[in-house]
Every structure is written in C-alpha cells, then in structure tokens.
Design a protein around this ligand. Structure first.
Ligand SMILES: [Zn+2]
Ligand SMILES: [Zn+2]
Length: 385
C-alpha cells in the first residue's frame, strides 16, 4: 500500500438475499483501498462476479465474513481455490511443483469471520482434497457465549492454514481487529437469526488541504528549499531562517465505511458506526402496494416489517432509521429479495420498484440513498470535499 490512499471504492458483486436471480448474485462486495481488494462476504459464484467486474482476483488480500449463512460464504472455497492457485493434487509418486515452497514468501490471505468460519474452510478444503499454492489464516471473532480456544472442528489444520487468532469482545465490540498505517477495522455484533457481525473500516487522518500562497512567498524570501512543503503537507510546523513560523494545515478525518451483514437490529454497532461516510445496510423486504404486483392484499407495512424481523431482516425504513441514528452521510441498500430484479438500469419495471424502495428509506433518512445492483461501483469521497 502507498503512504496515503488515493481512492476508496466499493463494487457490489452480489446484492441478493436468500435466493439469487438472473439479475442478482448472492452477497459479496469488494472494497478497493488503493490497489488492494478486501472482500466482504463471499456468496456462491462470487468468483464469476469478480471476473465480470473490474476487480482483480489477484489483488484480494483479505476477506471479511459477516456470518456463516450459506448465501454469504458458499463462494469462499472456490474463490480461494482459484485465487490461490489451487489444485486437486497429483497421482502417487509425482511431485506437485505447485505446492513447493508455498508458505515462506507469500503473504497469507487473511480471513475474518465468526465462529465456524475456520472450521468451514478447513473441512471444505480437506474433504475436497484441495491443495493451495499459498497460505491463508482465519481470525475468528468470538462472541461471549462461544468457546474461546477451540477450533470448532476435530480436523487438523489444512497444509496451507497458518494459526489464526480467536478475538474476544471487549466492551461489546471487537476493536482494531486489523490495523496498518492507513486504516483500521473494528467490528461489532448485529442482531440476526444467527451470530452476525458488522465491520467498520476507518481511514486514518489524512493531510489537510494546502494553500501554497500562504507558504511560497515566505519560503522564497528566506531561500528555504521548496522540499519543506512536503513537511508542511504532513501538518508539521516549520521555523524559517528569519524566525517566521509556518504551520502546515491540520490533518482532516479519513473516510469511514460501515458494512453490515444481515440484521433486524444493528444497535450494538451504532456507537462504533457513528458519522460513517457510507453505511451499507440490508433491505430484504419492502411493502410496495401498487408497485409490486405480488403484494398480498391483506399485507400492511406493519405485517411486512414483522415478517422481515421474524426472519432476522430489515425493511428500507428500518435501514433509513438506522442511517439517521448514526448520522451517516450516504446509505447504500443491498441484500434484496429475489422479488426485486436488479436490472433497474435498463428495465422500466425494475426501476419503478427500486425507486419505490429508495423512497421508503428516504422517509426515514435525509441523506443520499442508493439501491445497490450487481457490479455497481461507488467511490467513497471525503465528507468535506
Ligand atoms: Zn443473507
Ligand atoms: Zn443471514
């Protein structure tokens, strides 16, 4: 990674809920941080979606799983097999060049997820005799009721698996599960029908905007090398030869992105997610009388909301209300029922439905709302630019 992130981009790879359709794949999105790619969830056929997008398979460095429901993880093993040069072995007595010296030089693919993520991957790779050409590691976010040491499987580690961390909550959250010079990631539980987490990616403070007119005359007058500008850009204070003190612009906050898994109530992550530039929230079910021809005659908003909640899901209004609660700037809705086709960029009927879903979220949230569709790409901008 470079010293600052030139761009942050989100590409939706799948926006369907339980059932995929011809226009929506199962859940996955790619967060591009400069040149690196981090995947959030990896539903069935995610690798096909990567190939259809501008996301580079070879750039995937990390995978964050929100929960182990199949529509969020069934695509992970095939994606690993493809991106990590997987193979099915060789017949007896033949050396497999693809597996030689695999673990020393390559950075491991880092995977984060709740209890069961490690066991699922280990069992899947072992029982399919999959050999990988590079290592991986699974760090699990353990809930207070989970075991804190065991692997949740009797199988020994896969030959490409490195020992991972089991991360316990502190004060109800998993703080800084990953951190480097540019970003940090924290996570918190969100309420669904099974243990589920949301992730918050926070860019560290970035250099403020420079106004050269404030500095250049003084630098020239004192014949100071212009290279001092880079120190000022970093926010440093510089004293010139004639005693003039130049102060670089204050650092400004980095970008903040909250990516939730399935939920009927993400309250436990609310504090951590405050003031997000982007909130990605599911909106599985909506009440759309007059727009959705499949609306049942005796349904009401209340009955649709009650049904969505009973299955661990949300309506667009619930997503909008949460975006307002955390003072988010933009709300991106995803994880839609198969009833809502995802070709609203070309189909008038689909557009009417998605516009209506967006309008329901707007009832509860005054910021920008976008209904995601597969392969939609969104740049994450600074809030003050
Ligand atoms: Zn789901
Ligand atoms: Zn789920």
């Amino acid at each position: 990674m470079p010293s600052t992130l030139s761009s942050i981009n989100i590409t939706f790879l799948g926006t369907a809920s339980a059932q995929p359709s011809s226009t929506r794949n199962h859940s996955s999105l790619a967060l591009r941080l400069g040149g690196d790619v981090w995947l959030f969830d990896c539903g069935e056929a995610t690798q096909h979606q990567v190939q259809r997008s501008s996301v580079k398979m070879g750039k995937i460095r990390k995978v964050f799983i929100t929960h182990t429901h199949g529509d969020h993880i069934f695509g992970l093993l095939p994606l690993m097999a493809s991106s990590m040069n997987g193979a099915g072995g060789t017949v007896e007595g033949v050396e497999d060049a693809r597996t030689q010296g695999q673990t020393e030089n390559s950075e491991p693919l880092e995977i984060y997820g709740p209890l069961g993520t490690r066991a699922y991957i280990r069992n899947g790779l072992t029982y399919t005799h999959t050999i990988l050409g590079s290592p991986y590691v699974v760090h699990e976010l353990r809930f207070p009721t989970d075991p804190h040491t065991e692997d949740y499987t009797q199988l020994a580690a896969h030959s490409s698996e490195l020992p991972g961390r089991n991360i316990s909550q502190v004060d109800g959250i998993w703080s800084n599960i990953y951190e480097d010079a540019l970003v940090s990631v924290s996570a918190a539980p969100i309420l669904h029908s099974v243990p589920c987490v949301g992730y918050v990616v926070i860019e560290k403070p970035v250099p403020g905007k420079m106004d050269p007119k404030q500095y250049v005359p003084h630098i020239k007058r004192t014949k100071t090398p212009m290279s001092v500008m880079s120190r000022l850009q970093r926010g440093e204070t510089v004293t010139l030869s004639d005693g003039t003190v130049l102060e670089g612009p204050a650092l400004r906050p980095g970008r903040k992105i909250t990516i939730l898994g399935d939920s009927y109530d993400p309250s436990p992550i609310a504090k951590l997610a405050e003031n997000s530039d982007i909130l990605i929230h599911e909106a599985t079910n909506a009440h759309l009388p007059g727009v959705d021809p499949d609306t049942k005659p005796d349904d009401s908003y209340e009955s649709v909301e009650a049904r969505a909640k009973s299955r661990g899901h949300s309506t667009p209004q619930m997503a909008g209300a949460f975006a307002t609660r955390i003072c988010a700037r933009r709300l991106l809705l995803n994880h839609f029922s198969a009833r809502y086709p995802g070709d609203d960029d070309v189909d008038e009927g689909a557009r009417r439905v998605m516009d209506a879903i967006k309008a329901l979220a707007v009832e509860k949230f005054a910021g920008d709302v976008v209904c995601a569709r597969d392969l939609m790409s969104v740049d994450v901008h600074f809030s003050n630019s």
